[in-house]
Write a protein that binds this ligand. Structure first.
Ligand SMILES: CC(C)(COP(=O)(O)OP(=O)(O)OC[C@H]1O[C@@H](n2cnc3c(N)ncnc32)[C@H](O)[C@@H]1OP(=O)(O)O)[C@@H](O)C(=O)NCCC(=O)NCCS
Length: 208
């Protein structure tokens, strides 16, 4: 199973979900970037998304999820809704020259309906012809580093443990995500002294 991104089980955060600090194109993190060399020594650059990246992000996301069995193929819409709601706290792109190779999004979650500076990873996408070259890993590591520098307590992900354990994610009984097998829902502690306990909900953009 390789289902990443929250389920669309009709959960809602309720009204008043605040805009994440630093979200949007003018974010404090907008100038952050890191030149990187990934698989086969190919040059790649990771930076915060720009307004001009939006259509390429949607295209790469649609391509990446096209053959993912457990996807309902709404990932490009989720990213768009996150952006419109100001909930794209971290939105990084991997660029090779003029080509967008991949994208990763991080958005705020609530735990027991409380905001707590914890975030959710996803969707993450890499152009299918560039899979397996370290691009997804580089995006995720860069995003987690940026989250940490923004003083995030931690991050959660719903996905394949085999993939996400390499970044330090692990299953934790204190954090529950309804409707997902527990082993597929994982957390990574960043700046938090203690892992909060409770039921996790993703941003409203994930439920439409
Ligand atoms: C998942 C994804 C982002 C990984 O990006 P990537 O650049 O191909 O990954 P990397 O090169 O950094 O890492 C490759 C590793 O990921 C593993 N991996 C890739 N897809 C996987 C999958 N569906 N299930 C489990 N592991 C997977 C590979 O086996 C490889 O493992 P290895 O290092 O032990 O050989 C990319 O495959 C993708 O876009 N998939 C489609 C969309 C998707 O499922 N996104 C995640 C959901 S939000």
């Amino acid at each position: 199973m390789w289902h990443v991104g929250p389920s669309r089980a009709g959960q809602s955060l309720g009204p008043g979900f605040p805009q994440a600090a630093g979200a949007g194109f003018g974010a404090s993190s907008a100038n952050w970037s890191a030149p990187l060399y990934v698989g086969y020594g190919l040059p790649m650059h990771i930076r915060q998304e720009r307004e001009s990246d939006c259509s390429a992000i949607a295209e790469v996301t649609a391509q990446a999820f096209a053959n993912v069995t457990h996807s309902d193929h709404t990932e490009p819409d989720i990213i768009k809704r996150l952006r419109e709601a100001g909930d794209l706290l971290v939105s990084l792109v991997a660029i090779d020259g003029d080509h967008l190779l991949g994208h990763v999004a991080f958005s705020p979650i609530v735990i027991n309906k409380q905001h707590c500076k914890w975030y959710g990873l996803g969707p993450v996408s890499v152009r299918p012809d560039r899979h397996g070259q370290g691009i997804g890993s580089a995006l995720i590591r860069a995003g987690l580093a940026q989250l940490s520098s923004l003083e995030a307590g931690g991050c959660v992900v719903l996905g394949d443990p085999v993939y996400y354990r390499r970044f330090g994610f692990e299953q934790d009984d204190r954090l529950r995500y309804e409707g997902a097998p527990p082993e597929y829902f994982m957390r990574l502690t960043l700046n938090a002294q203690q892992v909060p306990s409770g039921s996790v909900a993703y941003a409203p953009a994930f439920t439409g």
